[in-house]
Design a protein around this ligand. Structure first.
Ligand code: KIV
Length: 303
């Protein structure tokens, strides 16, 4: 391993920047694609340094960071703000930003105008939007504006009320036909990848074989070209019973609770901060200060 192949100050070889071409090429050579959400500098940095291919600034920001019940309330400003923070952290992964509910469901012109700032101002390299066949015109227009698009079909949380709840999609023949049609329409429109959420494994496998764009599954089984999960879900920071497809990889809640309780106990017992955790005066200033204090005490006694 040559010195130039090492990133400054780190022991691991530098990785090449991931682009949409890397993602498409991974499908061709059947290499699994990894994707996680991130919404802030610290977690985005850790996810990037772990070598994840794509970081999605998902509109799940609304729930897992901002505490709303669904993804519907999150605004353009909030999504842009968090995308900027993620951008500052990420060196290698492809950064994708979710278009929030209401920012692209109206006029296509407005959808394009809302997609562009994610790249121009916030530094994302692609945007994601929900919906299939009915978004084809919008997808083409966003691509014409030079912004790569990731599609998202199946259980699309922004359609919560239209779906009548968070329900697995494509469970009957009509549903399967609709999903395949949506996937093919997005593929033909030129999306660089398609998220398949809450879809039976068999249907996701069929779509994955059918389309050129890599499929990224979440609750869609192992045959997808890649997998995405919500970062907070895999480290137990979501405060809700996990969905069937979530696998837990750590307990950040326990770690944080423990650290906070220990801090509280240390402050309350006088155990924090210690002398070693305190700043000290330089020797000469300390001597000068002590001399002044001594003179003051002597004056007080002589009165
Ligand atoms: O917003 C999000 O986190 C997502 C993923 C669940 C794919 O859209």
């Amino acid at each position: 391993m040559s010195i130039t192949s090492l990133r400054e100050g780190q022991g691991s070889p530098a990785r090449s920047k991931i682009t949409i071409l890397t993602i498409q090429e991974k499908k061709q050579r059947q290499a699994p694609i990894t994707c996680l959400t991130a919404y802030d500098y610290a977690t985005a940095r850790l996810v990037d340094e772990a070598g994840i291919d794509m970081i999605l600034v998902g509109d799940t920001l609304s729930q897992v960071v901002l505490g709303y019940e669904s993804t519907l309330p999150v605004t353009m400003e909030e999504m842009l703000h968090h995308t900027r923070a993620v951008r500052r952290a990420v060196k290698t992964a492809l950064v994708i930003a979710d278009l929030p509910f209401g920012s692209y469901q109206g006029e296509a012109k407005e959808g394009v105008a809302n997609a562009v700032p994610f790249v121009k101002e916030a530094g994302a390299e692609a945007v994601k939007l929900e919906g299939g066949d009915r978004r084809v015109d919008l997808v083409r227009r966003i691509l014409d504006a030079e912004v790569p698009v990731m599609g998202h079909i199946g259980l699309t949380p922004q359609s919560l009320h239209k779906m009548g709840g968070y329900k697995v999609q494509g469970k009957d023949l009509t549903g399967i036909e609709r999903l395949v049609k949506d996937a093919v329409a997005l593929d033909r429109a030129g999306v660089f990848s398609i998220v398949l959420e809450g879809v039976p494994r068999e249907v996701a496998a069929m779509i994955t074989r059918e389309v050129a764009a890599p499929t990224i599954g979440i609750g869609a089984g192992p045959e997808c070209d890649g997998q995405v999960l919500v970062f907070h879900d895999i480290v137990n920071l979501t405060f809700a019973p996990p969905a069937k497809f979530v696998r837990s990889y750590g307990d950040a809640a326990a770690l944080i609770r423990n650290a906070v309780s220990q801090f509280k106990a240390d402050v309350e017992s006088g155990g924090y901060p210690s002398d070693a955790e305190s700043y000290h005066l330089p020797k000469e200033t300390r001597a000068d200060l002590e001399a002044i204090l001594r003179r003051k005490t002597m004056k007080a006694y002589s009165r």
